[in-house]
Design a protein around this ligand. Structure first.
Ligand code: KG4
Ligand code: ZN
Length: 329
């Protein structure tokens, strides 16, 4: 079965073709980062308009690169939510219309399901069950994944998402948008122990997170230590955020008896997080699985993959509604 996947929930237009027999055939992405950079964050109206401009050329590009014709498509998956309503409507409208024209089923996919299944787009995918640490710009969750569609929420952030905390800290340090990659680059040049920041909820005994206090503590440090300390502040922030994420993720594995941990979402691209997790998980007997680096952030491949799994289980429908706010579990 050949599934076209379309992602348009925020500031990347992603299109991909996934074949349930032969794996991922092709994918293409257009990031709007440069367009939103001048505004310090995503401007929803500009995002929607850019998705409209990109989605069809990207689809043609993926089909040509995969040497497939529109007529070969057996189903179309699109991100139904959560995300920006106008941006979601572009992908949903295009996918529904194309599915109708081709007389194939369409399926609306939960964006976070795409992220948490993304490490399965691999020659050596993790077996179920596993714990998933979902760390994106909008979400921070620990989930027990027993199979496709079988998700139990173990814990989540009570305020800011991890990626949001990286972005806001980066903004306080005068770095661009999105701040995560820039902050982690700066942190690599700083001293992570000269300045200390709190580890919020590290010992709370549950699997929840809180990052908004950390951001406030960074603001105090910036005012006290001055702009010359930016690299050390970045390193201190990264060390604090990563310690909490790693500790809670491994505690969730121990609690649920899982020996496999999947890390997904944009913050999963963070080198310090990967390094600490690999070291500490190894010591705890937990195998860690990451998506390909390009599939950590938003992309069409994860939507095509998740949609294909849904279609294999005959879970398609004819409803046409986007869900800007939507809990996975
Ligand atoms: O999953 P994603 O592309 O979009 C959402 O669904 O939110 O995640 C984007 C988030 C942003 O907050 C970005 O700053 C963060 O992931 N991010 C990083 C890194 N690369 C992306 N955070 C820390 N270190 C990175 N290397
Ligand atoms: Zn995402």
């Amino acid at each position: 079965m050949l599934v076209l996947g379309v992602e348009s929930s925020c500031d990347e237009t992603g299109v991909a073709l996934y074949d349930t027999d032969h794996g991922l055939l092709g994918h293409a992405l257009h990031s709007q980062i440069a367009m939103h950079d001048a505004y310090g964050g995503v401007v929803p109206e500009l995002a929607s308009r850019d998705h409209i401009r990109r989605v069809l050329p990207l689809t043609r590009q993926v089909l040509a690169a995969s040497r497939r014709d529109l007529s070969a498509i057996d189903g179309i998956a699109y991100t139904q939510g959560p995300g920006l309503a106008g941006a979601l409507l572009v992908g949903a409208g295009m996918a529904r219309a194309l599915a109708y024209a081709l007389d194939v089923p369409a399926v609306g996919v939960h964006h976070l399901e795409g992220h948490l299944l993304s490490p399965l787009i691999s020659d050596v995918p993790p077996a179920f069950p596993f714990v998933a640490l979902l760390v994106s710009g909008g979400h921070t969750q620990l989930m027990l994944v027993s199979g496709v569609g079988r998700y139990t929420l173990l814990g989540e952030t009570l305020d800011d998402a991890a990626g949001e905390a990286f972005d806001k800290t980066a903004q306080l340090l005068g770095l661009g948008y999105p701040g995560g990659p820039a902050l982690s680059k700066l942190a690599a040049t700083g001293d992570p122990v000269r300045l200390t920041l709190p580890r919020p909820m590290l010992n709370s005994g549950d699997f929840d997170f809180s990052f908004s206090g950390l951001k406030t503590a960074v603001l105090t440090l910036v005012r006290k230590a001055g702009p010359g300390a930016a690299a050390d502040i970045a390193a201190a922030f990264q060390a604090a955020a990563v310690e909490v994420l790693v500790t809670k993720a491994l505690a969730a594995c121990a609690h649920s008896g899982a020996t496999r941990l999947v890390v997904a979402g944009g913050v999963g691209a963070n080198a310090h997080l990967r390094e600490r997790l690999t070291r500490q998980a190894g010591a705890a007997g937990v195998a860690v699985f990451y998506p390909r680096l390009e599939f950590c952030t938003d992309n069409g491949a994860m939507i095509a993959y998740a949609g294909a799994q849904r279609m294999l289980h005959a879970q398609t429908d004819l409803t046409f509604a986007v869900r800007p706010r939507w809990d996975l579990a």
